[in-house]
Design a binder for this molecule. Structure first.
Ligand SMILES: NC(=O)c1ccc[n+]([C@@H]2O[C@H](COP(=O)([O-])OP(=O)(O)OC[C@H]3O[C@@H](n4cnc5c(N)ncnc54)[C@H](OP(=O)(O)O)[C@@H]3O)[C@@H](O)[C@H]2O)c1
Length: 235
């Protein structure tokens, strides 16, 4: 890989898909920052990822604290926003506090990270935002998740305009079968999900890393909301 200047920042990089992507770039010799909700956990994850990786604790649901949390981050080449606090929440039994946390985290928190780091983006910087297939395939209780993932689509489009020439894209994964969130689910539940996936299996973390790299690294790709779902949306 061409050695570019600037850090790879993965917000929500202490676990799951963000961590897998952070590990790829750390293994490639890049300076990486991973964030999670607390400093000790982020530092522990950074040590496990290895290479030149630093951990930063910040809570996206507390947007006023984000700038302080990112104060020590220098020039940024790739910014990945992958953090999530899952909220199963129906309109009939509406948990306002949980809905406000997720909506704040994903819409205001993500945006405040971009606002804070915008002056530090390198000339050829790129931003990648994670949404999810719940945007297009709601299920009972997905209302907040579906809504904020729908808003990710719009967020990408406004950021492309406001941050030009910085490229901004989003990746919307289907169920990632080997991710920490899903790998220990009962096999009957996973099998039911496989039945809805034309490729006959769930997508993998390696495929998410591959698609993330395409969105971050291909310099013609801008304003794209890419479903990585094995064809689920065709079903
Ligand atoms: N896994 C899937 O199958 C799947 C499917 C569709 C979409 N997605 C999307 O892909 C992205 C990554 O999912 P994942 O399954 O890899 O997530 P995950 O394993 O649950 O990891 C979530 C990450 O977000 C961080 N985080 C949670 N709440 C936070 C907060 N309030 N402030 C700051 N950081 C916070 C966590 O840090 P700490 O735990 O260290 O605090 C952790 O690093 C998400 O946007 C998710 O919606 C995933």
């Amino acid at each position: 890989m061409r050695q570019a200047s600037g850090t790879v920042v993965v917000v929500g990089g202490t676990r799951g898909l963000g961590r897998e992507l952070a590990r790829f770039y750390a293994d490639s010799g890049r300076d990486v920052v991973v964030t999670g909700r607390n400093q000790a956990g982020a530092e522990a994850a950074a040590a496990e990822i290895g290479g030149s990786t630093r951990g930063v604790g910040l809570d996206l649901a507390e947007p006023h604290s984000i700038a302080d949390g990112l104060a020590d981050v220098g020039e940024v080449h790739y910014l990945v926003l992958a953090a999530i606090e899952r909220d199963t929440n129906t309109v009939r039994e509406y948990d306002i506090a949980a809905a406000m946390r997720l909506a704040t985290l994903k819409l205001v928190g993500y945006t405040e990270v971009v606002h804070t780091l915008a002056p530090r983006l390198s000339r050829d910087a790129a931003i990648l935002i994670f949404g999810g297939l719940a945007r297009d395939r709601p299920y009972p209780g997905s209302k907040t998740v579906t809504t904020v993932n729908g808003a990710v689509t719009s967020l990408v489009r406004t950021l492309v305009i406001e941050l030009a020439p910085t490229r901004v894209n989003a990746l919307h994964p289907a169920i990632v079968g080997d991710s920490p969130q899903w790998r220990d689910m009962p096999s009957e539940r996973l099998e039911a999900l496989v039945q809805r996936t034309p490729i006959g299996r769930l997508v993998t973390m390696a495929e998410i890393v591959d698609a993330s790299r395409f969105l971050l690294e291909n310099q013609a790709i801008n304003g794209i909301n890419l479903a990585v779902d094995g064809g689920w949306l065709c079903m």
